[in-house]
Design a protein around this ligand. Structure first.
Ligand code: C2O
Ligand code: CU
Ligand code: CU
Length: 534
């Protein structure tokens, strides 16, 4: 069933291989398990409430580059209960747009970073080295992680050389030089997690330059299900970027050296968005698929853009997407969607059954919230009939509703406001009227107690809470959205909305964050701190 790679593809592979070491080719031939278990430029628009930056670079025609799959990282060492990974953040020059070079900041020098495949109950230790010229912080998004390893935005890992000049930025946090160990117990449900930079004031530009990767957590419950696996279980990291004529990323930083002044220029306050859609770091890629079921773990790792994903053409029968999981793992039962809205940092675990299409069909993953180039994401080509023994069981998992009978309600208002922004009194984004201050604690929930958090907005704000997942109870006092089901850690809030979510923090006492995951809002102070107590 394997088709030999064509010359185009071989050349691409060679180039990619030379640049990154080992990136698996994005074509599949039967759903065998892998060795490891585990065009047009966008018009300015109001797709997420902000404006799109137009690239000066010559952009490729969509669907001419194969989809890369980030390589699965091998542990440097394993003991009976722990896997140790060495990850180094460094600059690298890579080919994102064909024929042009882009300097990235990448975990192990690649974008996306390597995928960490983890199993519930085994501890994962990330031995992290910062070889960049600026401070960094690593956060495991969705991780149920002790506070000292959660990546508080001023727990800085300073550059190994010349780091001392940034030491005073560790306000209310602790700085280490060159390296830091992050310990993840991963005693939590199987889920599509991701790790990314979280440096105070500079998360937006540092993620835009490439500091993001997957951590795929599995467990016995998930392994027992007959879901598509192996080469038919594919993570899709969707990001948007803009490029200068020479291929460099174009990001509207106040301080392009990322050394002192956080945030973006006034024109991009609503968020940085580009006119090129990348999936796993490749522009509008294409993936050859069998006429079979595929599981896609869709992550919107864009700084600010939200998408409304759809298939064109829709399958002749049934709905395009069968959702099996949300941010924090399996749903109780599958849900059908024809459109999938996805805000920054949200994950949707969906199955697409390509056997419903005739062989030869080209199926575009579109973005109904986009325009021009951003109205397309990637394309699938159904290349061959293939056996498929996967199924989607009617029951996937157990999701017990949190009891809110005696829960207190805590209001959190996310809106525009004045911030000091390192001296300059300027426009920014605030939570409950206040800008982020790493020395202040805004709430002190008790471990083990269910609370209702009422999250309210003025504009689009994808709100994310660290440490523990939540369940969406209502929106504007009414029914929840189709994408709100299951255990969530990020919610797609739209302008002038409020949602009630039930949350219970467990296990770890300490300081954590909630914030808007529009990274420009986050950098311009839309974060708050809570301290869990026993
Ligand atoms: Cu994905 Cu606090 O972050
Ligand atoms: Cu997080
Ligand atoms: Cu926001």
């Amino acid at each position: 069933m394997t088709e030999p790679p064509g010359p185009e593809r071989r050349r691409f592979l060679r180039t990619l291989g030379a640049l990154t070491g080992a990136v698996t080719l994005g074509t599949t031939a039967g759903c065998k398990s892998p060795g490891s278990d585990a065009a047009a430029s966008g018009a300015a628009g109001a797709e997420f409430g902000g404006r799109t930056i137009t690239s000066a670079a010559v952009l490729p025609k969509p669907f001419t580059v194969p989809l890369p799959i980030p390589p699965v990282k091998r542990p440097s060492r394993s003991t009976s209960g722990t896997d140790y990974y060495d990850v180094t953040a460094r600059e690298a020059s890579v080919e994102i747009l064909p024929g042009l070079r882009t300097t990235i900041m990448g975990y192990d020098g690649i974008f996306p970073g390597p995928t960490i495949a983890a199993r519930r109950g085994r501890r994962t230790v990330l031995r992290y080295r910062n070889q960049l010229g600026v401070p960094t912080v690593v956060h495991l998004h969705g991780g149920h992680t002790p506070p000292e390893s959660d990546g508080f935005p001023t727990d800085l890992v300073l550059p190994a050389t010349g780091g001392a000049r940034f030491a005073d930025q560790a306000v209310g946090g602790t700085a280490t030089t060159g390296t830091r160990d992050y310990t993840y117990p991963l005693d939590q449900r199987a889920a599509t997690l991701w790790y990314h930079d979280h440096r105070m004031g500079f998360t937006g530009p540092q993620v835009w330059r490439g500091l993001a990767g997957f951590l795929l957590l599995t467990d016995d419950e998930e392994q027992a299900l007959p879901l598509p696996r192996g080469d038919c279980d594919i993570p899709l990291m969707i990001t948007d970027r803009a490029f200068d004529a020479d291929g460099a990323f174009n990001y509207p930083s106040m301080d392009t050296h990322l050394s002192a002044m956080p945030g973006v220029d006034a024109a991009h306050m609503a968020g940085a968005a580009g006119d090129v859609v990348l999936v796993n770091g490749a522009p509008w890629p294409e993936l050859e698929v069998d006429a079979a079921r595929y599981r896609f773990r869709v992550l919107n790792a864009s700084n600010a853009r939200r998408y409304e994903l759809a298939l064109d053409p829709e399958p002749p029968s049934g709905t395009p997407f069968t959702q099996i999981g949300s941010d924090q793992g399996l749903l109780a039962a599958p849900l059908q969607h024809s459109v999938l809205p996805i805000a920054p940092a949200e994950r949707f675990d969906v199955v697409v059954d390509f056997s419903r299409y005739p062989v030869g069909t080209r199926v575009t993953l579109t973005n109904r919230a986009g325009r021009g180039g951003t109205s397309r994401v990637m394309r699938f080509v159904v290349t061959r009939r293939a056996p498929d023994d996967s199924r989607i069981p009617a029951r996937l998992s157990t999701v017990e509703a949190l009891s809110t009978a005696s829960a207190r309600t805590r209001p959190w208002m996310f809106r525009k406001g004045k911030i000091a922004n390192m001296g300059a009194n300027t426009a920014g984004w605030v939570v409950n009227g206040r800008e982020f201050d790493p020395r202040r604690v805004d709430a002190a929930p008790r471990l083990g107690e269910v609370e209702i958090w009422r999250l309210a907005t003025d504009a689009y704000h994808p709100v994310h809470i660290h440490l523990s997942p939540f369940q969406v109870l209502s929106r504007n006092g009414g029914p929840i959205d189709p994408g709100d089901h299951g255990w969530k850690d990020t919610i797609d809030l739209r302008p002038k909305q409020y949602a009630d979510v039930a949350i219970r923090f467990d296990d770890h006492a300490g300081r954590y964050l909630l914030h808007c995951h529009n990274l420009e809002h986050e950098d311009m102070a839309m974060m708050a701190t809570f301290q869990t107590t026993r």
